[in-house]
Structure formats: C-alpha cells, structure tokens
Design a protein around this ligand. Sequence first.
Ligand code: SF4
Ligand code: SF4
Length: 294
Amino acid sequence: MKGAFFALGMPRHAFCSIDVTARCNLRCKHCYFFEQGHDVERELSADEWFALLSGLRRSAWPRPFFAYQCSWVGGEPLLRAEVIERCRHLFPYNIVVTNGMIPLPAWRDVHFFVSVDGTRDAHDAIRGAGSYDRIRRNAERGDLDVMITCCLNRQNLDCVEELLIEWDATPVRHVAFEFHTPIHGLATDAELALSPEERDRALELILALRQVYGHFILPPPRTYRLMRSDRSRATTDHCLYRSSAVVLGPDGRRKRPCMLGPKADCDRCGCIIPFITRAQVDRSEILRDLLGLD
Ligand code: SF4
Ligand code: SF4
C-alpha cells in the first residue's frame, strides 16, 4: 500500500504530527520541546481534539490522502493516552513516539517508537538516572510493534554497535538512528552537537552494520545515504515534512515549521523524518536500494 501511495510523489498534508500534551515525565539534555514554551493550561481535551481532527479530515481534499499517517508526540504522549485512544481511529496509520517510561498500552494497531539514547550509562546521562532499565522493561513487548529510536550525539556516539547487540536479543522489531538537531538557545547544544565529519563516520558505520543486521536497522539505507553531509542540505533546504505535514501543538494550533519548533537549525537537522520522507519519493535512491548498491 505504502509504495503505491508515494508513487506519484508526496501528497500535500499526508502527514500529521500532534503534540498530545505539554507535559513530560523526563527532562532530557537534548530536549527541543521545552524550548518551545508550551502552556499546560491550554492543552485541548480529548473531546476538543476529536472535534478538531475529525473536522480537519472532513474538510480536507483529497480526503483519502489527508493525514494518512499520524504521529502522536509531545511531551510524553502516553501521559494522555485517552486522547490517542479516542482519536487514533481517525487515521489509517498511527505512530506513538514515547520515552518508554510508562508501560505501553495494548494497542496492536499502532507502531510504537521508543526513544533509547545509547546503552545504559550514556542513556541515563542524557535522559535521567534509572530510566534505561525501566524503558527496557516497558519496550520488551513481543505482542506489540515496537521500534527503538536512538538520537546520536557527542555523548553516545560510540554506543551504536553495543546498542544493536543488546536490543537484537529482545522482541523489539527494529532500531533506527538519527542525530541531535541543534536548537538555537539550547544550553547543552555545545556538548551534544556533532560535526559533519562525526555524523558522516556514524552514517558509514550504520550502513556497514545494515549489511549485518539487515532489516533490524530501519529505515532503508537510502535514508542514511541522504543524510551524508555532502547531500543533506538537498533534503533539508526543501524539507518535505515542512511543506507536507500538518503539525499541531498541545493547544491545537499549527506549529511551524515542524515538530522541532522554530528554534531548530534546519541546516544541521538530524531528525530522520525529512530524510525518510525524501527517501520515499526519490526514485534513483529507491532503485539503488533495490539493486543493493551502497
Ligand atoms: S522525553 Fe521528549 S519531550 Fe520529554 S524531556 Fe525527553 S526529549 Fe523532551
Ligand atoms: S528542523 Fe528538520 S524536519 Fe524541521 S523543518 Fe527543518 S529540516 Fe524539516
């Protein structure tokens, strides 16, 4: 279905990203969300979200393509599981991006992306002491579709191989990597942001490990090739997520340019989403993957 869906290019407003809440039960070093100054008092209720989202879908054209995929983010979206419970059936394809601190609900129709930023010591240094063991317990759910996502930065760059060995032995289905996106004004940026050379070295390692781990590493290699420093601006200067996605803050208002907010440095964006989006419509890169060319 998805291949056919993107065959003619990226439909406008095909993606939706919803900040379910302005709250979170962690305070990660690299957090972009709390740099955006959301007001907890203005969070929409579950009923208000349902009215807003069903209205958007009713008024959209072409309707089958509007918000085909919805990402439930935040803050920590599972702090307001009742909103997702109520509204997710409005969308054909749902992703819940969670920090994994809360046990995952038994939603077999959604894809859970659980943030794991390195092996135990590195992860706990970034996300808080004791968080790794708790997340690991919650993420090991063979009954659910769980992928872990690792945001690489200066503090966890050497964890890639060990992380794969560790999680390959669990029921988790996939691992994806991305990079810290510098945020203007974020106090920890200097200790986290990677140089282009460091990013490129990490990408080569990930592509080499893809040969060993196959589809356990997602997304397909073309996404990581597009992230190389000599090519990344071709994607971020024309970010398809910026132009194609509907991104809503906790108060239901449009957030621009994307879920990372207005302080994100697009030129050094390490978020995997724009590269995945580009990789889905880049025919020469799709062909390279089909032919197994690096
Ligand atoms: S889990 Fe996400 S929203 Fe919460 S502090 Fe960490 S990066 Fe920010
Ligand atoms: S920060 Fe990244 S995802 Fe957001 S608009 Fe810029 S390039 Fe796109």
